[in-house]
Design a protein around this ligand. Structure first.
Ligand SMILES: Nc1ncnc2c1ncn2[C@@H]1O[C@H](COP(=O)(O)OP(=O)(O)OP(=O)(O)O)[C@@H](O)[C@H]1O
Ligand SMILES: [Mg+2]
Length: 347
C-alpha cells in the first residue's frame, strides 16, 4: 500500500514532490512531480508572490499522478533553521524536553513562544563514567511554519508534518552510506544555497546553510563575459570548471565561487576531525542537480582531500522504466523530497 502522503520540497529554482510505497522488503516510487518555481516568489514574501507560488504548486501537482493525494510533509530550508548539537547528562524524556528548550534559548534571539523547538536524540555514550546523551536541538519560527501551512491549505492540501531539509537529506542518502563506520558529509548544492549536513549512521549531527549556490556561478559567468543568464547557464552546464576548456578562463571564474562553498565544507570537516576524533568524516556525498557541473567532483576531491562521490538519491528505490526515463533529466534534484517521502514516524 502506498503511503498516504507525499514529500514536498519547495526550492528557489524548482518544486519537487515524491510519493513512495514502502514495505519491509522494498521501497517503490508511486508518484512524483517536478516544475519550476516562479522567479523570486520565495524571496519577496508579499501576497502576490504567495498566490503565484500556491498556483505553481497546484498546477505542478495537478499535472502529475499526485493530484488526488492530500496529505503532505513539507521541508523547511536550512537557512530558516537554528540548530545546536548538545551533550547532556542522562535524564528522562520530560527532563530532556525541558533541558533542550533551556539550551536552545541561548541561541535564539526571539521570544521562545515564537519558536517551534524539536529534538533529535542521536545516542548515548559514557564519558568519565557519566552517561551522556547527544541531542540535536532544532528551532524554526512558528510564523514561518504557519505561512507554509496556510499556503498548502489554500490549495486543498493537508500538511501533516514539516521537517528540516538536513534531516530529510540524511534519510534519503543513508541507505547508500550503510557501509561507513564513521561520520560523513552530504553537500546539497541548490540554486541559491548549499546545505552541508554531517551525519553518523542515520542521524544528523550538524547542518549548515551557505548562502551561495549554483546561481552564483551563473551570475559570475554572465558578469565576467557579458553573457545573458541563459547563455551563462548553458556554459556552466556544458563546460563547467574543467580547466581544458577555453584555456581555463571559465574555470578561473567558477573556482572562486566554489571555493567559498568549499571553505565552509572544510570548516565542518575540521570541526568534526577535532571534536569527534573517534568518528572523523570518512566521505562526502555530493547531491543536488548542480553537483553535476563538469569538473566539480574532481575539484572537490583535489581541494578537500577526502573521498568524494556524487550520489543519486534513487538507489534502493524501485522505479518502472517509463518513470525512470522521465526522471533522468532532473534525478539529482529529488534528494530532499525523497527523504521526506521516506519519513515513517508521522502518525
Ligand atoms: N548539469 C548542471 N550543471 C551545473 N548546474 C546545474 C546543472 N543542472 C542544474 N544545475 C543548477 O542547479 C540549480 C537548481 O537546482 P535545484 O533544483 O536542486 O535547486 P533548488 O532546490 O530549487 O534551490 P535551493 O535549494 O537553493 O532553494 C540551478 O542553479 C541550476 O542552474
Ligand atoms: Mg533545494
Amino acid at each position: 500500500m502506498a503511503l498516504p502522503y507525499f514529500g514536498l520540497d519547495i526550492g528557489n529554482h524548482s518544486i519537487k514532490a515524491i510519493r513512495l510505497d514502502s514495505t519491509d522488503i522494498n521501497t517503490r516510487l508511486v508518484g512524483y512531480a517536478y516544475g519550476s518555481t516562479p522567479a523570486g516568489v520565495l524571496t519577496v514574501q508579499d501576497d502576490e508572490s504567495f498566490k503565484r507560488l500556491a498556483k505553481a504548486i497546484k498546477d505542478i501537482l495537478n499535472s502529475s499522478n499526485l493530484a488526488s493525494v492530500k496529505q503532505v510533509i513539507f521541508a523547511v530550508p536550512e537557512s530558516h533553521v537554528i540548530r545546536q548539537l548538545m551533550h547532556l547528562p542522562y535524564m528522562n524524556d520530560e527532563e530532556l524536553e525541558n533541558a533542550v528548550i533551556f539550551e536552545m534559548k541561548k541561541w535564539i534571539n526571539a521570544p521562545i513562544e515564537q519558536m517551534r523547538i524539536d529534538k533529535v536524540v542521536i545516542g548515548e555514550k559514557i564519558v568519565d563514567n557519566q552517561r551522556i546523551i547527544d541531542v540535536l536541538g532544532v528551532a524554526v519560527r512558528i510564523d514561518y511554519l504557519d505561512r507554509y501551512v496556510e499556503l498548502l491549505s489554500s490549495i486543498g492540501l493537508e500538511p501533516i508534518a514539516a521537517e528540516t531539509e538536513g534531516i530529510a537529506t540524511v534519510r534519503a542518502i543513508y541507505p547508500q552510506a550503510t557501509d561507513l563506520t564513521s561520520t560523513y558529509l552530504i553537500v546539497d548544492v541548490g540554486s541559491q544555497s548549499t546545505d552541508v549536513s554531517v551525519a553518523f549512521k542515520d542521524k544528523l549531527l550538524y547542518s549548515d546553510s551557505i548562502p551561495y549556490g549554483s546561481d552564483s556561478v551563473t551570475k559570475a559567468i554572465s558578469q565576467t563575459f557579458s553573457l545573458d543568464l541563459i547563455k551563462a547557464e548553458a556554459y556552466k552546464k556544458t563546460y563547467g570548471m574543467i580547466r581544458g576548456n577555453f584555456g581555463g578562463k571559465l574555470a578561473d571564474v567558477i573556482e572562486p565561487v566554489v571555493d567559498v562553498i568549499l571553505n565552509d565544507v572544510r570548516r565542518s570537516i575540521d570541526f568534526f576531525r577535532t571534536e569527534y576524533s573517534e568518528i572523523p568524516p570518512q566521505r562526502i556525498y555530493l547531491t543536488g542537480e548542480a553537483s553535476n557541473m563538469p569538473g566539480f567532483l574532481e575539484y572537490c576531491k583535489e581541494k578537500l582531500m577526502i573521498d568524494v562521490v556524487i550520489t543519486n538519491p534513487w538507489q534502493n528505490i524501485e522505479i518502472n522504466s517509463a518513470d525512470a526515463a522521465n526522471l533522468k533529466k532532473n534525478s539529482f534534484a529529488y534528494t530532499v523530497a525523497i527523504g521526506l517521502a521516506r519519513k515513517s514516524d508521522v502518525f
